[in-house]
Design a protein around this ligand. Structure first.
Ligand SMILES: Nc1nc2c(ncn2[C@@H]2O[C@H](COP(=O)(O)OP(=O)(O)OP(=O)(O)O)[C@@H](O)[C@H]2O)c(=O)[nH]1
Ligand SMILES: [Mg+2]
Length: 379
């Protein structure tokens, strides 16, 4: 057996870790990052490292530097494209890696030296412990952002808070971190098309989608320092897209939302039908009948949502506690409905029917988001 055969047969038994490094004008950093990753190979047994650089036509010579390195490393590759945004680059990188290399795990990592490569063995160790999504976290004990300005710290914390609570990933403290190791099978399960964001908010969409697909997560602390050289690519456009993307995170599955809306519409019919039946056929007083018809519609909505809309979810709480939560959310939505109606009708002088429609629409969305992420929260 010659040396190449020996290497290939050893690799055949190895799992593969593919590092995806997005670059845009990282000429001063990329060589150091690539070499530091390959250096860690000796500290990890059972995994062969492969690196895929996704460069978006950098103008500073990044591609020339990577091409020179490709001549020295068999497991280094690059794909190129036009700059659309970080999320778009990652989508292309995932697609290429999954179809061409079929890795077992995929690392997401910045190319500017901010993510410490010496932590790679710790990430892999957690994968070997059975976790499928390992996040390098700045916000768990031992993690930090020592050089962040107050403004950047506030933005980062606030962004994380929104993603965690709206996106149903409360248990993950750092949802916007760009240093992650993910079991490739979970990325394959994700509907990357649904993650329509093109910029940095792709990171938060991806984490919500991975958790929705059942990925078991673990955070390990990282110290996020200043980039080695060059400029940040985080733009105001990215920050606006991040905020606009937040409501979408609540709608993990648009199929769930469609089912939820159908159930809601059936509830309106039951409410109205019940009211007519109670007042016209049973002669019940108009002041009393809505109490029963509203409750009948709440019970039927609950039943259909529990046994149809969210049937596939495994949920920790019992059915009675879910019923109580559902009623609390309905009460809160009623208040939102009325408050918005009152404000827009009374102070903005909007037509009363239109004002009521605005109230109903806002209440329905809030109602879905809370029920989906709290009442029927996935285990
Ligand atoms: N291919 C590609 N890479 C990008 C794009 N935008 C950012 N990147 C890369 O994504 C990584 C993260 O971007 P950074 O600018 O470092 O963002 P950041 O770490 O939040 O900001 P700093 O702390 O200032 O570095 C870096 O490796 C960038 O080169 C893009 O549109 N396309
Ligand atoms: Mg950076």
């Amino acid at each position: 057996m010659d040396l190449t055969d020996k290497y290939e047969s050893e690799n055949a038994m190895q799992a593969e870790a593919c590092f995806i490094l997005p670059t845009y004008n990282e000429q001063a950093n990329i060589q150091g990052t690539i070499e530091a990753i390959f250096e860690q190979q000796t500290r990890v047994s059972g995994y062969t490292f492969r690196i895929l650089v996704v460069d978006d036509n950098s103008s500073d010579g990044t591609q020339e530097t990577v091409n020179n390195l490709i001549e020295q490393h068999d497991f280094l590759h690059m794909i190129t494209g036009n700059k659309v945004g970080l999320g778009d680059a990652y989508k292309r990188g995932f697609h290429h890696a999954l179809t061409m290399f079929k890795p077992d795990v995929i690392f997401q990592m910045d190319s500017d030296g901010q993510h410490d490569p010496t932590l790679i063995p710790d990430f892999i160790h957690q994968i070997q412990q059975g976790f499928s999504l390992v996040v390098g976290s700045r916000f768990v004990k031992g993690g930090s952002t020592p050089e962040f300005s107050l403004r950047r710290r506030v933005i980062s914390k606030l962004g994380n808070f929104l993603v965690r609570y709206v996106g149903g990933v409360r248990h993950i403290k750092d949802c916007t971190s760009g240093y992650r190791c993910i079991a490739a099978s979970y990325i394959e399960k994700c509907n990357l098309g649904f993650l329509s964001t093109r910029g940095y908010s792709f990171q938060s969409s991806l984490i919500c989608e991975l958790v929705a697909q059942g990925a078991k997560s673990k955070e390990i602390p990282i110290v996020f320092t200043q980039r080695n050289a060059g400029e940040s690519k985080l733009s105001i456009k990215d920050q606006v897209e991040f905020l606009l993307n937040i409501p979408k995170l609540g709608f993990h599955s648009h199929k769930d939302f469609i089912k939820y809306s159908i159930v809601g519409f059936s509830g309106v019919l039951i409410n109205l039908g019940g009211y007519v039946f109670l007042t016209r056929y049973l002669g019940m007083a108009q002041e009393v009948a809505p109490l029963l018809s509203i409750e009948a519609s709440l019970l039927s909505n609950f039943w259909f949502n529990n046994f149809w809309t969210f049937k596939r979810r495994s949920i920790r709480t019992g059915v009675l506690s879910r019923l109580l939560q559902f009623h609390l959310v309905a009460g809160m939505s009623g208040i939102i409905n009325y408050a918005l109606f009152f404000l827009t009708y009374k102070y903005l002088m909007i037509n009363d029917i239109f004002a009521n429609l605005l109230g109903i629409g806002a209440a329905a969305i809030v109602n879905y988001l809370i029920n989906s992420n709290w009442t029927w929260k996935r285990q």
